[in-house]
Write a protein that binds this ligand. Structure first.
Ligand code: AMP
Ligand code: MN
Ligand code: MN
Ligand code: MN
Length: 280
């Protein structure tokens, strides 16, 4: 049987993506996506537009969100919520709270960048974000690249914005408990985003999976962006061991800025239960 081309992780201009929700949905349709979730960072504001456009194009659509959490010793982890009710007030209030920290963090980042000779970064990033509560490292990266300090957005992260680099500042996001309470309380399914991207030891990663499952977490992105085969095998094994549902998401942010385009990932490995068996 042909596998469903599901893409359950991507971003629009309502967080740090480059395409408006409607444009993103049109691109997904053109790329052959058969089930799409929009998962902006800590934001639900693009869902209505995306859902309307998806309806016009006959593309099945899932309301999603990607919640930023802090875990352990200043590690940032992302939890995707799929099939959430965007009208759920506890979820709305929780996400508003998470976003409210971004502006002050951006100010601290800009102060650190100023010390290493990158001036005006707060204003520059804000110009890209359009809204102080949405300012992310991606917006800083676009500003820094445009100033000619690096050849592209990815190398800006390597030099200035990744943990341990001059523009990185510690920040308290939501807790794992909060994120799961909000997502599950809004009728959603919680999924660990891009498990290969965290700088955690194997033991710490297991602790995360155990805590996530204990709190009602159900899924893991077995396919995320441009995963290496070895990672796909490892996360397939984890999915089986923890009885997690398997998700598939490009984490697309925009043309030229992403590892993989909408819907352009391999199929999920055989024998896993796709998370969309719960969503459609
Ligand atoms: P923030 O939530 O402000 O910490 O920004 C995190 C965002 O930066 C992620 O959602 C990605 O879109 C982007 N990002 C993080 N690390 C990298 C990287 N190494 N290369 C490109 N983009 C990255
Ligand atoms: Mn992002
Ligand atoms: Mn993420
Ligand atoms: Mn993402």
């Amino acid at each position: 049987m042909k596998a469903l081309n599901a893409d359950l992780h991507c971003h629009s201009t309502v967080s740090d993506g480059l395409l408006a929700p409607a444009e993103l949905v049109r691109r997904a349709k053109e790329n052959g996506v058969e089930l799409l979730a929009l998962t902006d960072h800590d934001e639900l504001g693009g869902l209505e537009e995306a859902r309307t456009t998806a309806g016009e194009l006959d593309l099945p659509f899932v309301d999603g969100v990607e919640v930023s959490i802090s875990w352990g010793d200043d590690q940032t982890v992302h939890i995707v919520g799929l099939g959430i009710d965007p009208a759920n007030q506890v979820l709305i209030d929780g996400l508003t709270q998470v976003r409210s920290g971004r502006d002050a963090r951006a100010g601290r980042m800009a102060a650190e960048l100023d010390k290493v000779g990158i001036h005006g970064a707060y204003e520059g990033a804000l110009r890209h974000a359009g809204n102080p509560s949405l300012v992310s490292r991606s917006h800083f990266a676009r500003f820094i690249a445009e100033q000619g300090h690096a050849k592209d957005v990815k190398s800006v992260f390597d030099h200035w914005l990744a943990k341990g680099k001059p523009g990185y500042v510690e920040h308290a996001w939501a807790t794992l408990e909060d994120a799961l309470r909000w997502i599950i309380g809004a009728g959603g399914t919680a999924v660990i985003a891009h498990p290969g991207r965290y700088r955690l030891s194997k033991a710490e990663r297991r602790q995360l999976f155990v805590a996530f499952k204990d709190l009602g977490g159900r899924g893991i992105e077995v396919l995320s962006g441009a995963n290496k085969d070895e990672e796909v095998r490892e996360f397939s094994r984890i999915a089986r061991e923890f009885d997690f549902l398997a998700s598939r998401g490009s984490d697309f942010h925009g043309p030229g800025e992403s590892w993989v385009d909408l819907g352009k990932m391999p199929d999920l490995p055989e024998g896993l239960t796709p998370v969309w068996s719960r969503l459609v």
